[in-house]
Design a protein around this ligand. Structure first.
Ligand code: EPS
Length: 376
């Protein structure tokens, strides 16, 4: 299975093509749109989200809500294009009006203008923008329906916003049922603190990031492979997570914490009970030797603060060569809840690819039968 996306932040639409979905998967597009709405929600989002009401439209690969086995193409239209057609239209437009030359530290602007030989950072930032995650979320929401056919589910929550941190551990079901609207934190008093902190950060024209935790339940052992490095499950999923805008660190299980403990406090001892193998701990985060081991997958990702600061950081205007304040018209203060939703989808997409490589299957019935025959 392979997913490609296209589309600029203020262009007509974002597009995704999913190749390799078997036939016979009934799609629930209301659920896909619900994930898109969730991605747009969250405390700390800015003015753009008041303009967009994201919905995914299927263009091909589906008939009467059921996949055909052909590539599934889908579009998320940018409502803001109405305001931007005069500067963005592929058919012809005024490219001088929205030129961005006060390049923003932390964004793709400066390296991008050099790499793509342009004097306008807009030619780069439009694609580098995290707006692209809307269609990745939609494609991932479809992959998630594929995974659900095998009993594989994904959830997650926000562990920290800037300095407000939740050190507790929560079971999968508690996370899925109890994460709080607004920030997807689990502890109400910590979330109230985080909301107040975001208000202070906004008042200072600044931005902030945080840490999210993702869980995958129901994946049998043996997905991913130690035989070639590119097939390792942790490498694949962590690589996919790192490809999301603003993610600067990822961990599996104890992650960096494993380096601070001895082996006896890290590895999950193996027991036999009723003819099955069990563990009393899951510090490995469900992956050993680049393969799933049948336990829950546990990932964490760190998001850096959004690079468009309303107060503007010091930079250089690449047109004049003079000192300047980086460009800012509007910005999110934080999009950490959005990151959680996006990463659920991105993990679903990569895991769907891993699962479909092992199972094959032209149609869902065949794939589900094969999954059923695998050991736990
Ligand atoms: C983004 C800049 C902002 C964000 C955008 C990502 O867009 P604009 O420049 O139009 O205000 O709102 O995110 C989205 C539009 C979205 O849907 O998540 C950036 O530069 O990365």
């Amino acid at each position: 299975m392979k997913i490609t996306t296209a589309g600029e932040s203020h262009g007509k639409a974002l597009i995704a093509v999913i190749e390799g979905l078997p036939s016979g998967l009934t799609l629930d597009m209301e659920e896909v749109d619900a994930y898109l709405a969730l991605r747009q929600s969250g405390y700390g989002r800015g003015g753009r989200q008041k303009i967009e009401r994201d919905r995914a439209e299927i263009l091909s690969g589906v008939r009467n809500r059921v996949t055909l086995g052909s590539p599934v193409a889908l579009a998320v239209y940018n409502h803001d294009y109405e305001n931007w057609a005069q500067y963005m239209a592929p058919e012809g437009c005024d490219v001088s009006a929205k030129k961005l030359t006060k390049v923003r530290p932390g964004h793709a602007d400066l390296s991008g203008v050099k790499k793509f030989d342009t004097s306008d950072a807009r030619n780069v930032l439009e694609r580098a923008s995290a707006r692209e995650t809307a269609v990745r979320t939609a494609a991932g929401a479809i992959c998630r329906q594929y995974l659900k056919a095998f009993g594989i589910e994904i959830t997650g929550y926000v562990r920290s916003v800037l300095s407000v941190k939740d050190p507790a551990e929560y079971p999968f079901e508690t996370i899925a049922a109890c994460r709080l609207p607004e920030l997807f934190m689990m502890d109400r008093s910590l979330q109230d603190e985080a909301v107040a902190l975001i208000d202070r950060v906004r008042a200072e024209g600044d931005t902030c990031g945080g840490v999210v935790e993702l869980r995958v339940k129901g994946l049998k052992s043996g997905f991913g492979s130690p035989m070639t490095y590119a097939e390792k499950l942790d490498a694949r999923i962590c690589g996919a997570m790192m490809s999301v805008q603003a993610v600067k660190g990822v961990e599996v299980g104890l992650g960096f914490g494993a380096a601070e403990r001895r082996g006896s406090e890290v590895h999950d001892e193996i027991y036999a009970a009723n003819g099955a193998y069990t563990r009393k701990t899951n510090r490995a985060g469900g992956i050993e030797g680049g393969m799933s081991n049948g336990e829950e997958l546990v990932f964490r990702a760190a998001m850096k603060p959004i690079p468009t600061l309303m107060r503007g950081l010091h930079t250089v205007d690449i047109e004049t060569g003079e000192d300047a304040r980086a460009a800012a018209e509007r910005s999110d203060v934080t999009a950490v809840l959005a990151l959680e939703v996006i990463l659920e989808s991105v993990i679903a997409s990569e895991l769907a690819a891993v699962v479909s490589e092992r199972l094959g299957g032209d149609h869902m019935r065949e794939a589900v039968e094969r999954y059923g025959r695998l050991p736990q």
